[in-house]
Design a protein around this ligand. Structure first.
Ligand code: DGL
Length: 265
């Protein structure tokens, strides 16, 4: 099984891409909805949660782990790779590779939660591979709650997106990385506000493509992964807190109806 986890339901944007690019495999998802958001928390707390999230998925039978959360990927990847033997994929590295391949004027913008932006991981990774690249980062903490409220097309959301992107627009970036699980739902607005000529990199698509390539290159592992079965694929979606509107919000992220299960029940 492909295990995918996030601080909450935002990681379903990654599940959506994995389902699109790797429809053959069974998925087990964990969204830590009881402790979300991770973005404003300290690296120490995020690492502690990430270890528990990974352990939960391994107990469910996950054979590889996809860290869908940018905040976790930013601060906990090294610890997770050290602690667990299974292959671990995170969202930063593939987004960095695609950014380097696509940027023409090497002026790149990064948006994400405070944890992701404060970690400086995108900037460090980009500069390690291209010391001349110019990186402009901007935290956008209001976007996560707006997306979770379903305010995807509201005027207020458009105004906030415009305000957040304005400093990046002034820097004349040519590529913008969506460094948060929630931002793909605002991709249309973000593209409009930053300008048609800026390439917008969606880390959920990039990580799914990376897992796909990895499995093609590692057929033994690919062959050992449980296959999707039946109409629902046999996928399971666990959360640590379930509220009456959880499934409705989750449907927005996944793009189709979903049944959530309470972890530990
Ligand atoms: N999943 C988080 C991320 O991608 C966003 C939500 C949160 O702050 O927990 O950074």
């Amino acid at each position: 099984m492909i295990g995918i986890f996030d601080s909450g339901i935002g990681g379903l944007t990654v599940v959506r891409e994995v389902l699109k690019q790797l429809p053959r495999y069974r998925i087990v998802y964990f969204g830590d909805t009881a402790r979300t958001p991770y973005g404003p928390k300290s690296p120490r707390t995020i690492i502690e949660y990430a270890l528990e999230d990974t352990e939960f998925l391994l107990k469910q039978g996950a054979q590889i782990i996809v860290v869908a959360c940018n905040s976790v990927s930013s601060v906990a990847t090294a610890v997770l790779k050290e602690r667990f033997r299974v292959p671990i994929f995170e969202v930063i590295a593939p987004a960095v590779r695609t950014t380097l391949a696509l940027t023409r004027r090497r002026r790149v913008g990064i948006i994400g939660t405070r944890a992701t932006i404060d970690s400086g991981v995108y900037e460090r990774s980009l500069k390690a591979l291209d010391p001349e690249i110019q990186v402009f980062s901007h935290p956008c903490p209001l976007l996560v709650p707006l997306v979770e409220e379903g305010w995807l097309k509201r005027t207020e959301t458009k105004q906030i997106v415009r305000k957040y992107l304005y400093p990046l627009k002034l820097k004349q970036i040519d590529t913008l990385v969506l460094g948060c699980t929630h931002y793909p739902l605002l991709k249309g607005i973000i593209q409009t506000k930053i300008g048609r000529r800026v390439r917008v990199i969606d880390s959920s698509q990039e990580v799914a493509a990376w897992v796909k390539t990895y499995l093609e290159e590692n057929p033994t592992l690919a062959g050992s992964l449980s296959a999707a079965e039946g109409e629902g694929g046999g996928h399971r979606f666990f959360v640590s807190d379930l509220t009456p509107n959880s499934e409705a919000i989750a449907r927005d992220f996944l793009g189709r109806p979903i049944t959530l299960e309470m972890a530990g029940d």
